[in-house]
Write a protein that binds this ligand. Sequence first.
Ligand code: FAD
Length: 499
Amino acid sequence: MDIDVVIAGAGPNGLLLAAELRLAGVRPIVLERLPERSNEQRANGLVGQVARALDRRGLAEPLGGDPGGPIPRPEYIFAAMRLPLQLIDDNPIYILPSPQPKIEAVLEERALELGADLRRGHELAGFTQDEDGVTVEVAGPDGPYALRAKFLVGADGGRSRTRKLAGIDFVGVTNDAMVSRLGHASIPAEYFDPASGVLRIPGYGDIPPFMHHRSDRGLFVYAPFPGRQPLVSTGEWNESDAGEMTFEELQASVDRVLGVHLPLIQESEFVRRNVGGNTRIADRFRAGRVLLVGDAAHVHSAMGGPGLNLGLQDVLNLGWKLAAEVQGWAPEGLLDTYESERRPVGERVVMQTQAQSALVAPGPEVTALRKVFAELLTEPATVQHIADLISGADIRYFDGPHPLIGRSVPDLTVDGVRLAEILRSGRPVLLDLLEGSPYASHANERVDLVTGRGEQQVAMLIRPDGYVAWAADDAAASEGLQAALAKWFQVRNLTSATT
Ligand SMILES: Cc1cc2nc3c(=O)[nH]c(=O)nc-3n(C[C@H](O)[C@H](O)[C@H](O)COP(=O)(O)OP(=O)(O)OC[C@H]3O[C@@H](n4cnc5c(N)ncnc54)[C@H](O)[C@@H]3O)c2cc1C
């Protein structure tokens, strides 16, 4: 079989998966039905631990991250309430401020650089699978053709054809009440406080830019992105219009939400109305040789921007496991840990986005509930909890005797080099920062050994997705390393004094 993996969809998740598979030496073909990259305005940035994960591939800086590694944000919002992140010691909220077309451009460049075969204008039309592989039917620009591959991954978005053809249910709810509108618009200068940049609206009050703002009637956001068209958006409940969306409709919606007239200046023809929203999760992420990632596996409200924090980390979790399966060295059950690790994370995103949607709805009961939440959000422990929840910093895939086991690797330096840079090869690493480098004899063809000195006396077995498979603080505590090497990387029979 010439093709290892067919990926349906060249959105952010399909493109990153192609890059991950190439990094591991696997040959993917990416089918994308659109003839050109989409310019659709969706994500405005990446929020959460995904920034650190992409830094471990050298992709954070091209997406607006600091060259020295992503820096946590001093403030963020939860359900249109300020999260006072300065109250907490361990701020996990990182942001890469890139619009979706730029995210896709950067990921496409990486996938192509690494040699992925990207076919635009080629649509997945159908597939059949058997024990040995998947036969994919493609509608290409020159007519239909078939591909035979070991695996098919559906990265084809919320309406995923792959998911439907695989017979995988999309379980959840559709909320028809919420109507969101957005457009490129600015606001006259006299409405801003020149010192703080805060919107000062006579008869209403102050609204900081970029933050979701809830009134008793709905949501309002003004986002004056540097170097891009400013965006105005609203969210209302049961206030839909028929027909084509217009700029006048956006203006009327802003005025209804705020209860006063705030004049908008139209900056482009772009306006959009979305009615309703889905919160759904696939009942399986895998059906035989077919897997789902990103929006194909789960959709939810965009509030707080969690979509790509979830999807791109699905991809980083799946990529190396699928490569191991294709290359024939995957330990038994490795590929199934993709779903067992990522489904609970998806379920938590569904939970927290539904909670945020409930907390921004109109009505006096919700206003009262928000007051209770606002009180709770003066407590550092509560702020830490919510920040960990929305950033994904609370993910622990599995337990172990050391507190780092199952968690995302901490930011360390090794002889002055950032660990994130060392992990960019996407290979498993046994990092030994202990006195005397007791694990030096564990180098093998599958796991790279890195020794040196860092801020912490620790040894860790780090998976390609940056999660810690095993850790110890001293050489005496080496039990579990041999088992972890076998469980995750099929490495057995190491002769070493420490095991
Ligand atoms: C208004 C809005 C704002 C958002 N804001 C944010 C944000 O700020 N931060 C954030 O992280 N996320 C945000 N999101 C979510 C984010 O846009 C999605 O999570 C993300 O695009 C999902 O990526 P994907 O690759 O899974 O799917 P998609 O981006 O949907 O890509 C799927 C691709 O598959 C292609 N395709 C579909 N069917 C086929 C087929 N049969 N054959 C071949 N190709 C096919 C499509 O053309 C498309 O290119 C927002 C979403 C919306 C709607």
